[in-house]
Design a protein. Structure first.
Length: 303
């Protein structure tokens, strides 16, 4: 058997193979190196962002830490300027000293001619806002800041309703022998006047009264006046109950009078008064003219 010679690769071939292996090994390493560099760059950007956020947060903390001191300084400057202006204004307009509400909800200033009140307290004061003629009392107009034009309009409208109610009561008034307690046992001259109710007209008059208040003063002040004027409204404009109004009067030997009045659930009694006009409405006084003459005979008022 003949041995054939083994063909050894040439040197050039060996070099080519070695170079190829080196390239094959270098490519993955280059890829990994690039990835690492990319990741490091991203980490660097995130760190820069975090550093910027920390710097901003520290600046904000310093700003909030310094703000109270700045606020106190600004508040002190404003307070000083305000006091200086108040002094100047007090010289020009002395009343301006009392134009600022007190710091406390209820505070009594002996130097001030005024007091501050909550609006919801006004209806609790036992005061009739209108007089017997239906005119708004000046002190009530001042508290509610009702201007003169509004006062004139309100006086005219409410005064007309008071007069109309008086005419209606005179037309329904009747004398009776059913005297009220306090007069029934009276031994001298006495008389009693009874006014039967008129629910339909009373309801209409009350609605007209409220509409007048709202149209002149607005809903809030109208509601305050309506609450404050409850008993006055029953007496002078329209009764709220279904029962009659009864007025009894008796004359004493000394010329004074005992008077009893009942209207719905309200009862009033007085003795030793010198004039019936202190308790009897003016439009009903003519019914009692005979009693005032001590004749004991009642008379119907002239139309």
């Amino acid at each position: 058997m003949r041995r054939l010679p083994f063909p050894f690769p040439s040197r050039q071939t060996i070099l080519v193979v070695i170079a190829a292996c080196g390239i094959a090994l270098a490519i993955p390493r280059e890829i990994r190196l690039r990835q690492t560099r990319t990741e490091l760059a991203a980490i660097g950007r995130r760190r820069a962002d975090l550093d910027a956020a920390v710097v901003a947060a520290e600046a904000e903390i310093r700003r909030w830490r310094d703000q109270p001191e700045g606020d106190r300084a600004a508040r002190s400057r404003n307070l000083a300027e305000g006091r200086a202006l108040e002094k100047q204004l007090a010289v020009i307009d002395p009343e301006s000293r009392w134009a600022t509400p007190p710091l406390a909800e209820r505070e009594w200033d002996p130097k001030s001619p005024y007091v501050w009140l909550r609006k919801d307290l006004l209806p609790s004061f036992p005061m009739s806002p209108f007089d017997d003629h239906g005119h708004l009392r000046p002190e009530v107009a001042a508290v509610l800041t009702v201007d003169p034009a509004q006062v004139r309009a309100l006086d005219a409208a409410v005064g007309r309703m008071v007069a109309e109610n008086g005419r209606r009561e005179v037309a329904r008034a009747r004398t009776t022998d059913e005297h009220l307690p306090g007069v029934v046992q009276h031994g001298g001259p006495k008389m009693t006047l009874r006014i039967d109710p008129d629910p339909g007209e009373d309801a209409r008059m009350r609605q007209e009264f409220l509409a007048t208040l709202q149209g002149t003063l607005g809903p809030q002040r109208a509601a305050l006046l309506e609450q404050t004027a409850g008993s006055w409204l029953d007496s002078k404009i329209a009764a709220s109950g279904d029962g009659p109004k009864t007025f009894s009067a008796g004359r004493n030997p000394d010329g004074s009078f005992n008077v009893s009045i009942q209207s719905g659930t309200m009862s009033i009694g007085a003795g030793g008064i010198r004039s019936l006009g202190q308790h009897i409405p003016r439009h009903l006084l003519p019914f009692f003219s005979a009693l005032e003459d001590a004749t004991g005979n009642s008379g119907q008022p002239a139309p």
